[in-house]
Design a protein around this ligand. Structure first.
Ligand code: GDG
Length: 477
């Protein structure tokens, strides 16, 4: 088995300065870490990434944070300007909104591109320093699409057993991608990898369409699920690999004594009510205001829901330093206030709103206690929360309302109640449908969803990606 080198923007933990020579270490929250960490922990290898603090990296706290990880950690340092222009700038003001089809949120500041390339160069340096011949290099996500190009420009010597990339977020259709000023340079950089993985068939279709339209020198061959691109005398494979979760760890966790007790306690706090859960990082792509408006509309049009349903909305603070995220939080706060102000009674408050991350035990207790999950991103690469909810439904009941634009919809679509997250009235109607759904129907649907989430779990995901990688010719740089 070749050694696995994971490269991602962030390491699985964040170092924060808490005063002179005082540092705190917090586990990172997010889909990429939830998926990749258990895999690397199990098979060992190296993780290259940024520990989240600008400037020099303190060696003592870093060693402390990584002592029991079970794999090597190679930190990449970023200056404050780099963090602003590469991370907040190109990654989160250009690629993130554009790839979620939210082009009006983009700031196409020309200076960001150079910073993006420079920082990708830095990651390529770190790979060059720490990787050995025959290692399998697996680069993750939208921050690092230029890394293979940077490695080739640096003529890093050596033969890797694979130089591969997985995109966790969606890939947009051509009409949206073509707004990107660097469209050709970015696609050309991506084609320096040997294997490109996307979450869904839709993303692969969009990517192939963009290559056809933007890269006249690339030859695209698609037969069924096999897609190959010939470019600069090299062969690049492209495929969809829907990311999964560590099903057993969620299922077992949900059944442990502490979680069982906590979920019973939660249920007992809302007698005679069905609990409906929304849980997301603070992000405008997650459709939180639209979801709240749908809940408000449902309460207005279906009085039977009043006093009978509680929406528990967890919003995990994320990228709060960016003004747009801050304003966005204000919108959520106001909507929650409006709904609770209008409908609360002395015994019932319709929205329970938590603006903080929960610890794992609390999160699992919420998955277990809630009768309905209400997950309506405007667009999402996958949405792991949907899969985690299914894994934690140990009594095989529960209804899932899911955005048709979440990657997870491709796998869960016959049994999840799919909604258009822009259609507030349809979402409101679907709330009432879930509320009225019989236990028998909920169970039949949930059983099938659980079977799928159990089978196509995170280890299946890694295996399928690595198997596709094993078919590659060694990558000579
Ligand atoms: C990106 C893509 C893709 C949530 N609340 C808490 C908490 N979480 C954890 C969940 C889940 C993760 O955060 C969120 O994952 P998602 O997949 O829903 O979303 P992103 O963070 O945007 O992830 C996404 C993913 O990458 C993987 O490829 O699915 O489309 O955008 O694992 O459990 N964790 C804790 N407390 C919380 O309150 N501890």
């Amino acid at each position: 088995m070749n050694r696995l080198i994971i490269v991602s923007n962030r390491l699985p933990f964040a170092l924060d300065s808490a005063g002179e020579d005082l540092w705190t270490v917090t586990p990172a929250v997010g889909g990429l870490v939830s998926a990749v960490e258990p895999v690397l922990r199990e098979r060992g290898g190296t993780w290259i990434g940024w520990p989240g603090t600008a400037g020099k990296i303190p060696q003592g706290p870093l060693a402390e944070a990584t002592r029991d990880a079970g794999y090597n950690v190679v930190p990449v340092a970023l200056s404050e300007t780099e963090r602003n222009e590469f991370y907040y700038g190109y990654s989160n003001e250009v690629i993130w909104p554009l790839f979620h089809d939210l082009q009006n949120f983009c700031n196409f500041e020309p200076a960001y591109w150079q910073a993006y390339k420079d920082v990708n160069d830095r990651y390529a340096d770190a790979i060059g320093r720490s990787a050995q011949p025959d290692d399998f290099i697996w680069v993750h996500d939208y921050h690092l699409m230029y890394v293979a190009q940077a490695l080739r420009e640096q003529s890093v010597s050596g033969k890797f057993s694979g130089l591969t990339f997985f995109l966790h977020i969606p890939f947009p259709p051509y009409d949206i991608f073509s707004k990107l000023p660097q469209q050709q340079r970015l696609l050309s950089a991506l084609l320096q990898f040997d294997l490109l993985g996307f979450q869904t068939r839709r993303d692969v279709r969009n990517f192939m369409q963009c290559v056809r339209r933007v890269m006249p020198d690339a030859k695209v061959l698609s037969r069924g699920e096999t897609h190959v691109i010939r470019f600069e005398k090299r062969k690049i494979r492209v495929g969809h690999f829907p990311i999964g979760i560590d099903f057993d760890s969620f299922e077992n966790g949900a059944q442990c004594e502490a979680v069982t007790q906590r979920s019973q306690q939660l249920r007992a706090s809302f007698p005679d009510c069905q609990l409906m859960l929304g849980s997301d990082r603070l992000d405008y792509s997650k459709g939180i205001p639209e979801r709240l408006r749908a809940f408000r509309d449902a309460l207005e049009r279906y009085p039977e829901l009043r006093g009978r349903v509680v929406l528990i909305q967890i919003v995990v603070p994320s990228r709060v330093e960016i003004p747009r995220y801050h304003e966005f939080k204000g919108r959520i706060d106001r909507l929650v206030g409006d709904i609770n102000g209008r409908f609360s009674t002395s015994t019932w408050i319709p929205v329970q709103y938590h603006f903080r991350g929960l610890n794992r035990e609390e999160l699992l207790a919420h998955y277990r206690a809630c009768d309905i999950a209400f997950l309506t991103p405007l667009k999402d690469g996958m949405n792991l929360v949907a899969k985690e909810y299914c894994a934690c439904r140990v009594h095989e009941d529960g209804a899932l309302i899911l955005s048709q634009f979440a990657g997870a919809a491709e796998q869960l679509k016959p049994d999840a109640l799919l909604v258009n997250p822009y259609d507030v009235e349809q979402m409101a109607d679907t709330i009432v449908r879930a509320f009225r759904m019989s236990l028998a129907e909920r169970t039949a649907r949930m059983k099938r969803m659980r079977r799928m989430v159990r089978k196509e779990n995170v280890f299946w995901w890694v295996d399928s990606f690595l198997k596709a990688g094993a078919k590659l010719a060694p990558s000579s740089l």
